[in-house]
Design a binder for this molecule. Structure first.
Ligand code: NDP
Ligand code: KPL
Length: 297
């Protein structure tokens, strides 16, 4: 069955997911801040195909639809309030594709309380090279909570390059992803260097400390995070392509606001609420916040 889907935020994730939905025959409209007419999404090294894209640039234009895929950075959610009002009707399902663990809290102020929201853990290393053009690499996975809406989400992507699955412990999936994003995002954004910086003296120790704090706070929040994550995640960091970046690094490089609060601030905020100490994150978070103000005072 063809669904009418509005993708809010045609960045790296929005373009990739939108292309997967279009390939499945769905009617996809991108709500963009800048116009574009065609879409080109490919796995790194694969041939590029250009297809026409349906795009609107006015927030009140998307109109009510079956699904909204919200693909903006966590701190950009408030700016989509008008678009959400226009696109989310009583029968619309809202998929929130974000890093972090606060998908539902982030959208709650902007949609009616009974909105059918599907938080999505998206593991899809992707870059938007220019408007309408994105490339992804390594793997493409999405995880949503088990239930009718989660299953409907997976059905939309069935047969596409994105492997979507339901989880009966989605909270743990989101925290596991944060175990990647919290150390790697903070360290790459603060040093302005790709993954090879983990081999500089002392850097791996800082990453390990952030990771340990993330695990401790995640457990206090009810996530199942086994001890072995510490070693296996550190191993992944240390064996990563030294030239690889991540979305927070890309934002820093482009002079855009970074997702420091959703990825690192959250560890301090939720740690405080549970009485879990997070001394290393507490030092790094003000630096990450300051990096975004570019204050001249
Ligand atoms: N990139 C990656 O590899 C991965 C990213 N993620 C997560 O997915 C989420 C999206 O990230 P990503 O795709 O990288 O981000 P991008 O910055 O590439 O894309 C965000 C897009 O949203 C647009 N946007 C922002 N505000 C609005 C608005 N009010 N109305 C319409 N469009 C808007 C931006 O437009 P404009 O261009 O005009 O600024 C941009 O096109 C984040 O939470 C990220 O952490 C998760 C896994 C991997
Ligand atoms: C680490 C990565 C690439 C994994 O999907 C990611 O989440 C990001 O860059 O934000």
């Amino acid at each position: 069955m063809t669904s009418r889907i509005v993708v809010i935020g045609p960045g790296a994730i929005g373009l990739c997911v939108g292309a997967a939905l279009m390939a499945g025959g769905h009617e996809v409209t991108f709500l963009s801040r800048q116009p574009f007419a065609s879409l080109s999404v490919a796995r790194k090294g694969d041939p590029v195909q250009v297809v026409p894209a349906r795009v609107v640039t006015t927030p009140d234009r998307p109109g009510e639809c079956d699904w909204v895929f919200l693909c903006v950075k966590a701190h950009q959610v408030p700016s989509t309030a008008e678009a959400l009002r226009a696109a989310v009707g009583p029968r619309t399902r809202l998929a929130i594709l974000q890093n972090g663990v606060e998908h539902l809290e982030n959208v709650a102020p902007f949609v009616p309380a009974n909105t059918d929201c599907v938080p999505v853990m998206i593991d899809l290393p992707a870059t938007r090279h220019q408007i309408g053009v994105a490339e992804w690499t390594r793997h493409a996975r999405a995880s949503v909570p088990k239930g009718p809406s989660g299953e409907a989400f997976c059905a939309l992507l069935e047969g596409s390059f994105i492997a979507a699955s339901v989880s009966d412990d989605w909270r743990s999936q989101a925290w596991r992803k944060l175990c990647i994003n919290a150390p790697a995002g903070a360290i790459l954004a603060l040093t302005g260097q790709p993954m090879g910086v983990f081999h500089r003296p002392g850097v791996a120790e800082i990453a390990r400390a952030i990771l340990a704090e993330c695990i401790a706070v995640g457990r206090a929040e009810g996530a199942q995070l086994e001890d072995a994550i510490l070693a296996s995640q550190m191993q992944d960091f240390m064996t990563a392509d030294p030239n690889a970046g991540n979305s927070m690094y890309e934002d820093w490089r482009a002079g855009r606001e970074t997702e420091w609060n959703a990825r690192n601030g959250v560890i301090v905020r939720k740690g405080l609420a549970h009485g879990v100490p997070t001394p290393v994150s507490a030092i790094l978070v003000p630096l990450l916040a300051a990096q975004n103000t570019r204050s001249t005072v």
